[in-house]
Design a protein around this ligand. Sequence first.
Ligand code: FAD
Length: 406
Amino acid sequence: MREEYDVVVVGAGPGGSTAARTAAEECDVLLIEKRQEIGSPVRCAEGVLKSPFLEFAHPDKKWISSYIRGYRIFAPDGTMLEISAEALGIEGELAYILERKIFDSELAKDAARVGADVMVHTRATGLIAEDGLVKGVKINRLGEDLEVRSKVVIGADGVESQIGRWAGINSALKLKDVGTAAQYLMADIDVVEDFCEIYVGSRAPGGYAWVFPKGEKLANVGIGMLTSMISGSRPIDYLNNFVSQQFPEGQQLGLIMGSCPCSDELKTTICNGLMLVGDAAHHCDPLSGSGIISAMEGGKIAGNVARKAVQQRDSSVRVLKEYENKRHRALFGKLQHHNYKIKELMVTLSDNELNKLIQTFKGVKPQEMSFAGLAKRLVVVNPKVLLIMYNLAHLKELTDVLLKDN
Ligand SMILES: Cc1cc2nc3c(=O)[nH]c(=O)nc-3n(C[C@H](O)[C@H](O)[C@H](O)COP(=O)(O)OP(=O)(O)OC[C@H]3O[C@@H](n4cnc5c(N)ncnc54)[C@H](O)[C@@H]3O)c2cc1C
């Protein structure tokens, strides 16, 4: 390991590895990861929508465990809304369930192939700051304290990020904007292998339960809920309850717990010499808790902006501002603020209101989805549900891009 690089990236998740790979095409890059193995342990349900994902990766059977034709969303009363590739006019699958342990490691390998130095068991412990500019990272590598200087630091250290805080960026999440989850990898269960299932309502307050198939009789079965809505029972208690109802005979091969940001955009994700990417920048969909693709999207933009800063020998916010601007205009940037508004409304719905919402959508063809069309179908007009429908109908314009067939 050298004492100086153009760019140091902290955290080898999808955001960090994508940033490192992009920057390494022109710059000297160091990618550090505190864990001893990249991608492990997995704290994720591993679902990604195909179309936006293809912008950042070429699907490989090595790290895809399931090809998903659609989603089935279940209301508390059991009403099922199906969204399938077929109904949307999309050829083939709509989504993938990844094998993240392999996927994350492959992304880091890609960064290494392009020339980045990759180091595991190497933890960032602080930042080097001089004259109002971040100039590198303090690290602990295998017990030894070291300093690595750089022109740009990219903080991709996940939901528990400290890089932002060290740089003086207020990246604290409110409890109402943190999703907390528990998930079993379950075997010997009856699952539809090419559909993801989502269960909403009071069985997962302020969130949802999911069954994401990972092959024959195997699935990620989890529950995520807003931390502010946890009172008494924890996500694992809700999950055990869900599992005992849905899969009483199933076997548990693994249990993970984790959290993700479910917030609006972080006001500032840069300072002189530093950019935050992925969960560290709160770039996670507040409605679904999905953050893999948006971390890669941000990582790619940040990697390109880092290259520019190095070329121009200027890593002040004047140059790094392009990262925020481009990310804001990018697909997941546009979706985030919108989805946050929908999330804030959705969490206030009772089981009864959720039943009505899902009943309203059931049977609506995607091409017919407009606010006026949906409003007409709503028998009992509930202002909250109407407002959500208004936002969802607008969201459709954005998701048309998201779901377009590549
Ligand atoms: C239960 C659960 C289910 C989820 N399911 C989905 C899903 O189905 N689809 C989806 O798109 N998203 C899902 N997410 C969210 C998704 O996992 C994250 O949004 C995504 O991993 C963010 O990528 P990232 O690169 O920003 O951060 P991460 O993937 O969290 O990577 C950050 C990396 O930084 C490392 N690190 C942290 N601190 C330091 C340090 N000081 N020094 C060095 N390294 C450090 C960490 O070890 C980690 O490897 C889920 C999250 C949870 C908790």
